[in-house]
Design a protein around this ligand. Sequence first.
Ligand SMILES: [Zn+2]
Length: 72
Amino acid sequence: MPTYDFECQDCRKKFELFLSFAEIASQPTIRCPECASQNIQRVWTAPVMWMQGERTLSAGSKAPSAGCGCNR
Ligand SMILES: [Zn+2]
């Protein structure tokens, strides 16, 4: 089951919830486990960072080399 990260906008508590796609689609009311606030923001973490990391990695492996012969 996918894990979703949330952050409470009131007390800045971060927490994870296991929710199915159906549960997410029905937009359930999520409460902060710390202060019971409903002012919760979804935090997008792993997928975005993973894609950026891979892009940086492939760009780094194509670092400019001295022997390209382009200024001949
Ligand atoms: Zn809270």
